[in-house]
Design a protein around this ligand. Sequence first.
Ligand code: SF4
Ligand code: MG
Length: 333
Amino acid sequence: MENLLEIKNLKTYFYSENGVVPAVDGVSITIKKGETLGIVGESGSGKSVTALTAMRLTPGKVVEGSINFNGKDLLTLSDEAMRKIRGKEIAMIFQEPMTSLNPVFTIGNQIAEALKTHMNFTKTKANERAIELLELVGIPRPERIVKEYPHQLSGGMRQRVMIAMAMACNPSLLIADEPTTALDVTIQAQILDLMRDLKKEHNTSILMITHDLGVVAETCDRVCVMYGGKVVEESDVHEIFNNPKHPYTQGLLKSIPSLIDSEEETRLYSIEGNVPIPGTLRGGCHFAPRCEFAMNICHTEVPSYKEVATGHFSRCWLHEVEDEEVQNEANIS
Ligand code: SF4
Ligand code: MG
């Protein structure tokens, strides 16, 4: 599969009175055509800032790195060229559709607007297509819904409208930032199903940003785990769930209720300590203050990103120790 998006060594920093905050600190990720990549991590891990930087919508400053999308370097494109890509080739959906839908325009008008701007549709054609799109995302009686305003719809319906808008121009990349977090479980499952179907039908690549490993399991082909502005582990989704290598990923997995044997004690594991406040991070492994395996070196030196199995990468000093032990055993025998 061909790569659609390649982010290399991206650093997005925020400059505040209290100093420099490296929100994204050397992130490299690749999304192939037709693939769904999950970025998972707690809030403040840098996952949303990574996505916003790719859209050139971050208020932070990109101090290093490159973002290649379909052969174009997004960081050096003109604002005008970037505007054309946004919405047409890369679309984004957010957690709370109310903040991205305009309350004073009807649903139909808002979808039609995107079609007129990016696809040069006539008004009549745009209106017809708006109804088709609402049908596509499973909205009943779309002829009626196009005439309604966002506040007249339920949260689940609004999220469907957002997806319809995002899919309007048939983008090659859809960035979904916590798209189902505000919804109840049943509606969440329906929305994820819908996204999966759309991806299959249109070969859309999806960047799924979430703190929820359940969502990752449902939708993703591959997953990157972020912590403190860095990717700490990456592999295909099956491998992450069955063979997690990084202590942070292991902790996240242990805290999912559905993975705990119901016969066993049902108390949920939670990772001790708090998510680091960006800007207070010191050298070494960012997870060290919360890690039960932390060694001296973890507090001072940043571990390298190692391929621990084919296509499976992890950033942890334990892998160096393991390698050394294997080496020593080999020497002894
Ligand atoms: Fe824990 Fe050290 Fe690995 Fe960081 S590098 S996750 S502190 S063992
Ligand atoms: Mg976020």
